[in-house]
Ligand binder design. Structure first.
Ligand code: ATP
Length: 353
């Protein structure tokens, strides 16, 4: 394994910024740390970079324990949110900075800087100052400056947060291409789930200083292990349900949309228990109901072009369900209509309440 992080923790006074963080990262893999503000992403990354001393735990890179080492002895490339480019140095000088500090001879330095300028599509901009560049170009200079030292790992802290949505996506995918090409092992911090899903091989979803789940984007979206993860990634409908019957590892559940039969494990799902079900909006089928007999009423339709969000108020209780349809599949559906909703058992995720 390229990076092994074991039981990493950081305590400030009696506040746990990061608790018991463990992950192993393979060579060439890109892992995103994703979570809401204050969940401990930046603190974790800064411990890996060497700027913050852990309260407990170890960071091992290629078999070498780095836990006590200062940042410049760690062989890591860093890209920060605000890029931290030197304003009075040109693009070429900014990129050359780390090589100069490491005493790389001038001739080699020039070659490596020139190669990096070409790789990052900065040709023609070598003599400009940072303020004469667009946000996207500054971002590429920051990445070039991190990569030119041939780091064995690349750490990025919200690297695209200053870019507008379109540029964010293209720059992110471009970075991903370069990271793949160079086989760089990488950890990046983001609070943007779309960015994490689009770019990372695996995502560590963090909450309150701890990791709730680590997995591929598909894993985390399709098989969230906790209610927090289900809610944080994508949109989720939650339904209260009661276990009506249990037969071995199969339960019959009654909920607001009817009855479903699901496989389970553990005592938390014994007969009589209250549980929570989650279903994604695109997995709810919706049909106009006959007369007034439907399960709910359409409250709002939010048309988004390629898709439409339909908010349905259920008859029993005041719960609202979000249903997502293709933008062209709205025939017969309008505000005030009574509708029926259906879910397939395979599209339900079950959480102990
Ligand atoms: P954001 O997305 O807002 O940057 P984050 O997930 O990166 O958040 P951290 O910056 O890692 O979160 O902070 C985690 C927790 O630790 C927060 O509750 C924060 O207030 C606390 N914290 C961070 N640095 C310190 C410090 N130097 N002293 C005390 N508490 C701190």
């Amino acid at each position: 394994m390229e990076i092994v992080i074991e039981n990493l923790a950081k305590v400030y006074g009696n506040a746990h910024a990061v608790r018991d963080f463990s992950v192993t990262i393979a060579k060439g893999e890109m892992v995103a740390l994703l979570g809401p503000s204050g969940c401990g992403k930046t603190t974790t990354l800064r411990m890996v970079a060497g700027f913050i001393k852990p309260s407990a735990g170890r960071i091992v890179v290629r078999g070498r324990d780095l836990t006590g080492l200062p940042p410049h002895k760690r062989d890591t490339g860093l890209v920060f949110q605000n890029y931290a480019l030197f304003p009075h140095l040109t693009v070429a000088e900014n990129i050359a900075f780390g090589l100069r500090r490491r005493g790389v001879p001038a001739a080699e330095r020039d070659t490596r800087v020139a190669n990096m300028i070409a790789t990052m599509q900065l040709t023609g901009l070598a003599d400009r100052l940072p303020r004469q560049l667009s946000g996207g170009q500054q971002q590429r200079v920051a990445v070039a400056r991190a990569l030119v030292i041939n780091p064995s790992i690349l750490l990025l802290d919200e690297p695209f947060s200053n870019l507008d949505a379109k540029l964010r996506e293209s720059t992110g995918l471009e970075l991903r291409r370069i990271q793949r090409e160079l086989g760089l092992t990488s950890i990046f911090v983001t609070h943007d789930q779309n960015e994490a899903m689009a770019i990372a091989d695996r995502i560590a979803v963090m909450n309150g200083g701890a990791v709730e789940q680590i997995g591929s984007a598909v894993d985390i979206y399709e098989r969230p292990r906790t209610r927090f993860v289900a809610d944080f990634i994508g949109s989720a409908n939650f339904l209260s349900a009661t276990v009506e019957a249990r037969d071995g590892n199969v339960v019959t559940l009654r909920h607001g949309l009817g009855v479903s039969v699901l496989p389970v494990e553990g005592q938390a799902f014994d007969k009589g228990r209250s549980v929570t079900l989650m279903v994604r909006p695109e997995c709810v089928a919706i049909h106009p109901a006959a007369a007034e007999a439907g399960l709910g009423t359409i409250e709002t339709i939010s048309y988004q072009g390629s898709s439409a969000h339909i908010f349905v108020k259920l008859r029993d209780g005041d719960r609202t369900m979000l249903v997502e349809r293709h933008g062209r599949e709205l025939a017969g559906l309008e505000v005030g209509k009574t509708v029926d909703l259906n879910v397939k058992a395979q599209d339900l995720t079950l959480f102990a309440a």
